[in-house]
Design a protein around this ligand. Structure first.
Ligand code: SF4
Ligand code: SF4
Length: 397
């Protein structure tokens, strides 16, 4: 029996006419860095040995292009840990994608960047962490400070626009001005100051990472002043953290609307952390193919439109603006994937956000050891050790 198609916000509830304009290929979860704020799933170690092959990735690129994908992000983990990224880039370029390599810089050599240029890579986004070696090395659990500066220079020399991404947290927020000065000195064309959002490892380390509202306001004011000073020479984005807003963002521009992620093991997801959601089975390219995943799979249709909404979202006049916010954030914090995102001040769970903000000022919680993102800690979490750190957030499937 066919299911009637109901229209919601221009999106069908049981089928969709939208196309996945953005494809994010999380080609590996392996990473030489151990960032305390990493958004990768805490149980990523399950998927470090069952990665898609080069041929499977090439098939993914072809299938996604047929579905209408135009922008390709290649990320991880650290994508450069795979030695076939050159082949993936060359294929993507010949298919007509606009390609963006999202990297920590570790593994980017002259030889590889030349191959990327020859293969048609359009864009490289490099992560930076601080102006001090001490904080860079602490927050990433690696000695990568000097290397990142060298890689930044290499990217520039090869004629790429310099795009720096800096995740902002308690340890570097006081250095925003100096970080922007460093970016300017490196010749950056774009800088994204991305305040930490709390998913994956950053959620586990939330009380240790979260700055105060006053620090965020000050950092934003400094950024605005710097923007005025440099004008169009360097474009600066300051991404306001959800927790300090009154309304959530329209997550991924709407569930299953324009964005599709294929993970290292071939799972197809509407957003990075969707696998934390309960009672959902996500399609996998090895078994299902991308077309079915996008158009027909129950997972991609689950939160399309607004049929699934409960109060207060259901009758809210603002629902088309944010579609109730992020399903993962709703579940991770409230235990109910269909609740309003707790960031919203109309949500009955907003107190959870306010408590988290207050907890982040509790000296005892601030002083708790950070759980760095590494294979050993991921395995421990999978095996149930430290489970209390993630249970509170429903962070493990
Ligand atoms: S945030 Fe850090 S640890 Fe996580 S994938 Fe990126 S570089 Fe690796
Ligand atoms: S109640 Fe729901 S739809 Fe309304 S603003 Fe809040 S999150 Fe958005």
């Amino acid at each position: 029996m066919s299911t009637p198609i109901q229209q919601n916000n221009g999106v069908a509830a049981s089928k969709t006419n939208t196309q996945p304009l953005w494809l994010l290929a999380e080609v590996t979860y392996r990473c030489p860095l151990h960032c305390a704020f990493c958004y990768n799933p805490t149980d990523y170690d399950k998927h470090t040995k069952n990665e898609l092959s080069t041929e499977q990735w090439i098939q993914v690129l072809r299938d996604a292009r047929k579905l209408g994908a135009l922008q390709l992000g290649i990320s991880g983990g650290e994508p450069l840990l795979r030695d076939d990224i050159e082949d993936i880039v060359a294929e993507a370029s010949s298919l007509g994608y606009y390609t963006n390599l999202i990297t920590s810089g570790v593994g980017l050599t002259e030889k590889r960047i030349s191959a990327f240029k020859a293969g048609g890579l359009d864009h490289i986004q490099l992560s930076m962490h601080d102006i001090t070696e001490e904080i860079n090395n602490f927050i990433t659990g690696t000695r990568t400070f000097e290397l990142k500066k060298k890689v930044a220079a290499m990217i520039k020399e090869h004629g790429y626009p310099m795009v720096l991404n800096v995740v902002i947290h308690r340890f570097n927020i006081k250095h925003v001005k100096e970080i922007l000065e460093m970016a300017e000195a490196l010749g950056a064309d774009f800088v994204e100051l991305a305040n930490t959002q709390y998913y994956g490892w950053s959620l586990v380390n939330r009380s240790q990472l979260m700055p105060t509202k006053e620090q965020i306001d000050e950092a934003e004011a400094i950024t605005n002043a710097f923007r005025e000073k440099v004008g169009n020479k360097m474009k600066i984005f300051f991404v306001v953290p959800d927790y300090f807003s009154n309304r959530p963002k329209k997550c991924m521009n709407g569930w299953g609307e324009v964005f599709m992620i294929v993970t290292a093991n071939g799972d197809v997801l509407p957003c990075h952390s969707a696998r934390v959601l309960p009672n959902m089975s996500f399609p996998n390219v090895k078994a299902n193919g991308l077309k079915w995943a996008w158009e027909e799979s129950p997972a991609f249709n689950q939160y399309r439109g607004d049929d699934w909404m409960k109060e207060p979202c259901r009758s809210c006049p603002e629902k088309e603006k944010d579609l109730g916010g992020c399903r993962c954030q709703a579940f991770l914090l409230s235990g109910d994937a269909e609740a309003a995102d707790p960031v919203c001040t109309k949500s009955p769970h907003r107190h959870l956000i306010d408590e988290a903000i207050a907890n982040a000022q509790n000296p005892y919680l601030q002083a708790q050891p950070i759980l760095f993102r590494n294979d050993k800690n991921s395995r421990k979490l999978i095996e149930g050790e430290n489970r209390e750190l993630v249970e509170e957030f429903h962070a493990l499937p």
